[in-house]
Design a protein around this ligand. Structure first.
Ligand code: C2E
Ligand code: MG
Ligand code: MG
Ligand code: MG
Length: 285
């Protein structure tokens, strides 16, 4: 595009641009083999009770252990996977893996209510075969559909074809959470038409919670809406004790965030389940 705009700097720009394009191409072709080569890994971030830090379940977050690039975060390859259609295979793999892991942890901790959340992107939800594949994975793992939560974003969930998928899954008992709540355009009316049972308050609001009164009001409003619609609320990205106390004061009990734990490999997550997060507000500080 910058062609003919002059020499010097343009060449540098072109080089950088073509390197990026090449990079992306390479990423694409590598990603095509990632599932088959067993390069994807799931890390788990605990969902906790804000009051005592008790682990209520986990969110499965995929990473790509690239042979040369190292651990690639999802934001860098999920968009590529969506563009290329590879998201179908990756999504199925993540769900199967997460359900298998949930079954293992439930067996190790009988009688303890544990749930697993898995992110699904709009591209996955537009796939008419997705519901059957997902339900098969859940059945194969031997977990209860009601212990499996699918996290969708407002943007993807308001689309009508998504809600067909959502209703089919919901009929089978799988639950839905609206992820990153508050970041995109949202019509509160859609909430009542979707089988959503939880709202995840975006990290952005949580991060401003203790500094900004307007932000506090927003979180308060979300909690009020959630209460009146009988929805659960999960605060994302809780990093400080102040945020934790503020959320508790506002009546929010469930959260995730670095204050409790970063997403960690399965073995470390299993350890958290055995020992707890060590974040009891009453005794542990
Ligand atoms: P998300 O579902 O909103 O996940 C929360 C993100 O916030 C995660 O980033 C998590 O590591 C990060 N996070 C959690 N607590 C904190 C905190 O206290 N502070 C900060 N600064 N960050 C925190 P991650 O793992 O890089 O994932 C990014 C996004 O990639 C996810 O956002 C989700 O939209 C997507 N993603 C991850 N795994 C999958 C997957 O298997 N399938 C699909 N379709 N998307 C996925
Ligand atoms: Mg999520
Ligand atoms: Mg989120
Ligand atoms: Mg997100």
């Amino acid at each position: 595009a910058a062609k003919g705009a002059g020499r010097g700097g343009v060449q540098v720009f072109d080089e950088a641009a073509s390197r990026r394009a090449l990079d992306r191409l390479e990423l694409r072709s590598d990603l095509a083999h990632a599932v088959a080569r067993d390069e994807l890994v799931v890390h788990y971030q605990p969902l906790v009770d804000l009051l005592d830090g008790a682990v209520l379940g986990f969110e499965a977050l995929v990473r790509w252990l690239h042979p040369v690039r190292g651990l690639v975060p999802p934001d860098q390859f999920i968009p590529v996977a969506e563009e290329t259609g590879l998201i179908a295979d990756i999504g199925t793999w993540v769900l199967d893996e997460a359900c298998r892991q949930l079954a293992e942890w439930q067996a190790e901790h009988p009688g303890r209510a544990l749930r697993m959340s898995v992110n699904v992107s709009a591209a996955q939800l537009h796939d008419p075969t997705a519901a059957a594949r997902y339900l098969q994975g859940i059945t194969a793992a031997g977990v209860q559909p009601r212990d499996v939560w699918l996290e969708v974003t407002e943007h993807s969930s308001v689309r009508s074809e998504v809600s067909v998928f959502a209703h089919e899954m919901h009929r089978s008992g799988v639950r839905f959470a609206l992820d990153d709540f508050g970041t995109a355009y949202s019509n509160l009316g859609d909430l009542t038409r979707l089988p959503v049972e939880a709202l995840k308050i975006d990290r952005l609001f949580v991060s401003r919670l203790t500094a900004d009164r307007a932000e506090r009001g927003l979180v308060q409003a979300v909690l009020a809406v959630a209460r009146s619609l009988d929805l659960q609320v999960v605060a994302e990205g809780v990093e400080t004790q102040e945020q934790r106390e503020e959320l508790l004061a506002l009546g929010c009990r469930q959260a995730q965030g670095y204050l409790f734990s970063r997403p960690v490999p399965a073995e470390a997550a299993a350890e958290l389940l055995r020992t707890g997060t060590g974040m009891d507000l009453v005794t542990g500080r």
